[in-house]
Design a protein around this ligand. Structure first.
Ligand SMILES: [Zn+2]
Length: 233
């Protein structure tokens, strides 16, 4: 009696399951997922670019600090020039001056390169942000289409769901829970008949002696291969 109700329930549930599959395999869902993953990729790219920009900024700051220090050194050296009296001293002074000038030139060119790089990163970032905005709009549209399909599918499923509700009361909750567990693994039908050759009516695998024993004792057993519930009619 209970098995009969369970099978009746399953017949209705199969229709619901079919409709759910329609939604799961729909172009609408595929499109929404595709756009969402493109959006995420773009977001990751922005995070990467932003961290590169920060690194560049810090490098520029360090270079500028070094530049300041060298300029300060130059000021000090210039002040010393008043005290030069000997030729040897003057030569040494000139050499130090030339070294400092060289260092400043090198730092300046490093700063320019780093700034150029920063500008390039900024450009790439604003392109990526534009792309992200497009993906966001595309996602809003795709989600709208998906939601509309979901709603229409839920409406189609409603008559079955309404009929299933009263049947539930007559089904053992433990059996219903076992049924739901298999169903959640996207297997339908969940309940399959025991075949004449001693196997599972779902995957056709022959049942073990212990499962056959359970089947005889309880009228139902679990297929060790596919997990479906096998019943003897
Ligand atoms: Zn099986």
């Amino acid at each position: 009696m209970e098995l009969k109700k369970m099978l009746e329930y399953q017949e209705l549930d199969r229709e619901v399951f079919k409709l759910e599959n329609e939604l799961r395999q729909s172009e609408e869902l595929k499109q929404a997922n595709k756009v969402q993953s493109a959006f995420k990729q773009s977001q990751e790219a922005i995070v990467g670019l932003s961290s590169r920009a920060n690194q560049r900024l810090e490098a520029i700051q360090r270079l500028e600090e070094r530049y300041e220090r060298v300029v300060h050194e130059l000021d000090e050296l210039t002040a010393e020039s008043d005290n030069i009296q000997e030729v040897k001293e003057a030569e040494f002074y000139d050499k130090r001056l030339a070294d400092i000038a060289k260092t400043l030139d090198a730092l300046e060119s490093e700063i320019i390169t780093a700034n150029d790089e920063l500008k390039r990163i900024g450009g790439a970032m604003s392109n990526e942000q534009q792309r992200q905005m497009q993906y966001r709009n595309m996602y809003v549209n795709a989600k709208k289409k998906y939601d509309a399909l979901k709603k229409s599918i839920q409406e189609k499923a409603r008559p079955y769901v309404v009929k299933m509700a009263p049947l539930k009361k007559d089904i053992d909750p433990v059996l219903l829970e076992r049924y739901t567990r298999v169903r959640n693994n996207k297997k339908m039908p969940v309940l399959v008949p025991y075949t004449a050759s001693g196997g599972c009516g779902g995957c056709m695998m022959e049942l073990s002696e212990s499962e056959k024993g359970k089947l005889t004792a309880q009228g139902i057993c679990e297929c060790p291969n596919c997990g479906r519930l096998v019943y003897k009619s």
